[in-house]
Structures are given as structure tokens and as C-alpha cells.
Write a new protein. Structure first.
Length: 151
């Protein structure tokens, strides 16, 4: 992958959509590429989360293991950012991320993203607004399900 193709991929990620081309270049330059085969873990549930991952190619399943066996919660493809919260705060992974096909991903470490926020404070406001909107959407979804869980 070239730096320019990484910039193009990162520019399509909602969290990074307000970044300038030069800011995206810095992010892409500091990020790490990983290639995984089908069936490999990108990360495991309950592991300390220290980075976000942008899927460049392939598919990743978010999976939980429980008493009833393996359950796929979601599937993500190219352009998806997994572990977005790990970019800004210490957290743990909520599910396993397992490749459903060969995958290329861009790993963005928390220190890199925090450095971007420090060097470009205007990015922080966009990130805050996007997270607030996502939280509002999630809250509405939970409220919509409320009737399903009444006694």
C-alpha cells in the first residue's frame, strides 16, 4: 500500500472526514499496516484496547463466545473503523474481532491519535461532536428497544 492510498482510505472514515489532506498524511505516515489471513484475531474480547483499526480490504467479524456458543454481532468491511473509542481513552475490547477473509488493516495507536489532537486542536472538536452524535443515536436505539424487555 502507498501513503497516498492510505490517505484515500482514511479520508473515507467518518471520524477522520474533517481532517485536511496534510493531517491525513501525518496520520497515515504514523500508522502501521497489518496483513492477516482468514480466521486470525485482530483483537480479543476483554483485551486492553490501545489502538483503532481501519479495514483496508477484507471482512472482519465481531464475535462473542458464550454458553450458547459463538455468536457474530456484526461484520465490517473496507473503510470501517473498529475500536474508535480506544483512540481517545483507555478501554477494553467488547468482542473478538476475527477475520472472515484475508484482510489488510491500518492500525492507529492511541498515542499517535492523541498527538494529532494536541497538534491540531480543531480536530478535537470534530471528534467530540461525532462521538456525541453517535452516543445520541445509540441512546435512541436503546429507548426504541425498551418495550421488548418489559416484564
Amino acid at each position: 500500500m502507498s501513503l497516498e492510498s492510505d490517505i484515500d482510505i482514511l479520508s473515507g472514515v467518518a471520524l477522520f472526514s474533517d481532517l485536511t489532506r496534510d493531517q491525513l498524511r501525518l496520520l497515515a505516515f504514523g500508522a502501521e499496516h497489518r496483513s492477516l489471513r482468514e480466521g486470525e484475531f485482530l483483537y480479543r474480547a476483554e483485551a486492553r484496547a490501545d489502538a483503532g483499526f481501519v479495514i483496508v480490504s477484507g471482512r472482519v467479524e465481531l464475535v462473542v463466545e458464550g454458553k450458547r456458543g459463538r455468536r457474530v454481532l456484526a461484520e465490517a468491511g473496507p473503510g470501517t473503523l473498529l475500536g474508535e473509542l480506544a483512540l481517545i481513552t483507555e478501554t477494553r475490547r467488547g468482542a473478538n474481532a476475527v477475520t472472515a477473509s484475508p484482510c489488510d488493516v491500518i492500525r492507529i495507536a492511541r498515542p499517535l491519535f492523541r498527538r494529532m489532537l494536541q497538534e491540531f486542536p480543531e480536530i478535537a472538536e470534530g471528534v467530540r461532536a461525532r462521538i456525541a452524535a453517535d452516543l445520541a443515536d445509540m441512546t435512541q436505539s436503546v429507548v426504541a428497544l425498551e418495550g421488548r424487555f418489559e416484564d
